[in-house]
Ligand binder design. Sequence first.
Ligand code: PRP
Ligand code: URA
Length: 223
Amino acid sequence: MTTETRPLQDAVHLLPQTEQLRALHTIIRDRHADRADFVSNASRIFRQVLEAGLEQLPYEPHEVQTPVGRTYHGLRLTSQVCGVSVVRAGDSIEAELRVMMPGIRLGKILIQRDKVTKLPHLYYSALPLDIADRHVLLVDPMLATGGTALAAIQLLLDKGVPEEHIVFVNLLSAPEGIRAVRERYPAVRMVTSSIEERLDENAYMQPGIGDFGDRYFGTDAPQ
Ligand code: PRP
Ligand code: URA
């Protein structure tokens, strides 16, 4: 089976489509959602995809002594982790990652899609100096055409991060974007809470959520 014909689910870890998850999606996809509800319920899904992203990383045995004098045969991450957010929308997931792991090192990449051509442009990056020695949770809620994700991943590779050390965590993925990332960077793992039907002619996902960044940060038109 070629990469083109393999099911999309082979390329991406899709969260179990539980009723609770679908209820959260129902709140944030509603065009009439109040902004506070949008932010709080999106954050609840971010927590789930981030925990699933951490599941993709390697662990090694690690023992600790419990307060009652017993040994707990546990696990710990084998290498350091950092987060890298794609500004601006990625800052929404980054905020949840900071709550989960307050000490985590965080990098930023500013890539914006041109409003007309929809092509990504890299404006700025600031990354941990030792990023090549870390596993990276790359966070951006939207994977549409994949242009932004490809540019962000290429930048990480240029900084020496091995492809297999990158886990791309997002909220919604279009089939077109999943295929683009899988074709170019097959070792990058992806985690999402929904695989959408397709992109429309304006490169927005269907059924989708509209412009995520505008809705999350409140730069959309007032209702
Ligand atoms: C959105 C989103 C991704 C990108 C995905 O950002 O957050 O970064 O589009 O689209 P693609 O897969 O087709 O490249 P946008 O450029 O709209 O900016 P924003 O972060 O300010 O919302
Ligand atoms: N960016 C968004 O915010 N929404 C989409 O549907 C596609 C890209």
